[in-house]
Ligand binder design. Structure first.
Ligand code: URA
Length: 208
C-alpha cells in the first residue's frame, strides 16, 4: 500500500469510529494531518480550532497563518512538511484537550507517525511536547533539540511554543521565530548523526 493509501485508510478508520473518539461526535468532525507524506519533518500541534474544523485541515486559521508565514521566512514551504495534531477533533469552545481525548486519539497519532516516518518532530505547544516528554515544561525546553528514546526508538524532537500563544505574547513570538529557524540545521545535524551511526555499525560488524 502506498503512503497515500495508508493515510486515506487511517482517516476512514477514524471517521468510522468517530462516535467513540471524544471530542468528535461524527465522521465530519475528524481533522487528520496533512502535507508531504514523505517528509522527514512532522509538526504536532494540539487540536483543531474553529476554522480547522470547518475546512477539515490543520493549521488553516489565524495561528496557522502565522505559523506558515514564519516557516516561509525560514525557507520552508507547506510542501516540505507534514502537520497534524494530538487530538483530531475540535474541543468545544477551544478548551484544552482532556486526558481521555488525548488517550482516545493516541493510537491514531502513532499510526499516522508510522505512515510518515519523520526524522524530526517539531512539537507545537505543551500538548505536542508532552506527547513525547510528559514531564517537560515548554518554557524550559523550547528551542532545544532533544534526542530521546521513545516507543523503543531514538527520536529527535524540537519543542517550540504554540503559534496561538505567539499571537498573544510578543516574547513567545520572538522565541517561536528563533526556534523554528533552527529546523534546517537540526535536519542537517540528524543527517550527520544517522550517517555516523551507520558507519559505527559497519565498523562494529567488520570487527566483531
Ligand atoms: N491549533 C492547533 O493546535 N492545531 C490546529 O490545527 C490549529 C490550531
Amino acid at each position: 500500500m502506498t503512503r497515500e493509501e495508508q493515510h486515506a485508510k487511517l482517516l476512514a478508520k477514524m471517521e468510522s469510529l468517530a462516535e467513540k473518539l471524544p471530542p468528535a461526535q461524527k465522521a465530519a468532525d475528524i481533522v487528520i494531518g496533512r502535507g508531504n507524506l514523505n517528509s522527514p519533518l512532522m509538526f504536532i500541534g494540539e487540536a483543531p480550532g474553529a476554522e480547522e474544523a470547518k475546512q477539515r485541515k490543520p493549521f488553516v486559521g489565524r495561528s496557522g497563518q502565522l505559523f506558515n508565514k514564519i516557516l516561509i521566512d525560514c525557507g520552508l514551504k507547506r510542501e516540505d512538511f507534514y502537520v497534524s495534531n494530538v487530538v483530531k477533533a475540535r474541543p468545544p469552545n477551544n478548551r484544552d484537550p482532556l486526558p481521555d481525548e488525548i488517550t482516545a486519539f493516541m493510537p491514531f497519532l502513532l499510526e499516522e507517525i508510522a505512515i510518515i516516518k519523520p526524522r524530526l518532530f517539531v512539537s507545537l505547544g505543551r500538548f505536542g511536547l508532552n506527547f513525547f516528554l510528559p514531564d517537560d515544561k515548554i518554557s524550559a525546553v523550547h528551542g532545544v533539540l532533544k534526542r530521546i528514546r521513545w516507543q523503543g526508538e531514538i527520536t529527535f524532537v524540537l519543542p517550540v511554543y504554540h503559534p496561538a500563544a505567539a499571537l498573544r505574547n510578543g516574547y513567545m513570538l520572538e522565541a517561536l521565530k528563533r526556534d523554528l529557524a533552527k529546523i534546517p540545521q537540526a535536519l542537517k545535524y540528524i543527517d550527520n548523526w544517522e550517517s555516523e551511526q551507520s558507519q559505527l555499525k559497519n565498523i562494529k560488524e567488520a570487527l566483531f
